[in-house]
Design a protein around this ligand. Structure first.
Ligand code: 13P
Ligand code: SF4
Length: 333
């Protein structure tokens, strides 16, 4: 391998763009690389179907962090976005963590820059800071407890009543949690570019055409969509709901990548993607979809791009993640 060429490409593109022999069966090659390098492929439900199909584990943010924490693999290949791979590295400083495309970011994480967040926090002294995992290590290091969409209620309930709370960075998830827990929290004004575009009007029309369909939504959606949802949950909770609920038709208000596992796990169900508030029919996360099977193969072969983190920042960011892990474990999540 020409490491210099690889590094030069990486610094410009954020991913490797080396030629791949078109006759290669990438699925087989990836399996071979997993064995050769004692590597595990962790994928989020929003990844393209091919990536989900080669993954060793597919999950929501909490499930992925839990897998990353317990794996004995030497290399974690994270098919997701940067904050997820970074959390895996924070939990595993001695393991190599690679991400197929370093530019796979997140609009929510980008909405909370470290220095601005510090100023915001300073305005609310004495507050416990609960931060959604969709944020940078810099924000995690300024937080007391991390949460995900699967455990947020339990995390908030772990804070004594009367103790004021800041919740960041997702205002939609924050508003939903205020209603759900009855706790009055100060919210940071961030949102997810994918979940905030669903159209209430178009979902309502769709519901009229499919009167028996249940609307299921991720809590990052705006409250007008959540208000008409029959079920609200993290990606793995939505998947589980479709698998176990006796209804046949579901209008799904989250990123379309989840439909792949839903269709595989519940083949008899009719899954209708909720329409966004524009002429496009797709609800793809442009960050998640930067990863491709080709980039995944190259990143396993060359072990690049690698996630690195300053050790003092890692130690600070680890504390609130460990707290989340403990509370989740105690709650049986
Ligand atoms: P989950 O933890 O529910 O999978 O959500 C992650 C995410 O980025 C949703 O947009
Ligand atoms: Fe971030 Fe939204 Fe993409 Fe999830 S779907 S990774 S919250 S931008």
């Amino acid at each position: 391998m020409n490491i210099e060429k690889a590094n030069a490409q990486l610094s410009q593109l954020g991913f490797l763009d080396l030629p791949i022999d078109p006759s290669l069966d990438l699925f087989k090659e990836i399996e071979k690389l997993k064995k050769e390098k004692n590597a595990i492929v962790l994928a989020h439900y929003y990844q393209e179907p091919d990536i989900q199909d080669v993954a060793d584990f597919i999950g929501d943010s909490l499930g992925l962090a839990q897998q990353a924490e317990k794996t004995s693999a030497d290399m974690i290949v994270f098919a997701g976005v940067h904050f997820m791979a970074e959390a895996a590295k924070i939990l595993n400083p001695l393991k190599k963590v690679v991400l197929p495309d370093l530019h796979a970011g997140c609009s929510l994480a980008d909405s909370a820059p470290g220095p601005l967040f510090k100023r915001f926090k300073d305005k609310f002294p004495g507050h416990t800071v609960i931060t959604y995992i969709n944020c940078s290590a810099e924000i995690k290091a300024q937080s007391d407890i991390i949460c995900t969409s699967s455990n947020a209620v339990k995390i908030i309930e772990s804070v004594p009543l009367g103790q004021p709370i800041i919740f960041a960075p997702d205002k939609n998830l924050g508003k939903y949690l205020i209603k759900k827990t009855g706790r009055d929290m100060v919210l940071w004004n961030g949102s997810c570019m994918v979940h905030e575009i669903f159209s209430l009007e178009r979902i309502t029309k769709l519901k009229m055409r499919h009167p028996n369909a249940l609307v299921i939504a991720h809590p990052e959606c705006e409250d007008q969509v959540l208000n008409i949802a029959d079920f609200i949950g993290s990606t793995s909770q939505l998947l589980n709901f479709v698998k176990t609920n006796h209804h046949t038709d579901f209008i799904v208000a989250t990123e379309t990548g989840i439909l792949h596992q839903m269709q595989k796990d519940a083949p008899g169900k009719n899954l209708i993607p909720a329409p966004p508030d524009n002429s496009c029919a797709c609800n793809d996360c442009p960050h998640m979809k930067l990863n491709t099977l080709e980039k995944l193969y190259l990143c396993m072969k060359y072990e690049l791009p690698e996630i690195t983190i300053d050790e003092s920042l890692r130690v600070k960011a680890l504390k609130p993640i460990e707290k989340m892990m403990e509370i989740s474990k105690a709650a049986g999540l």
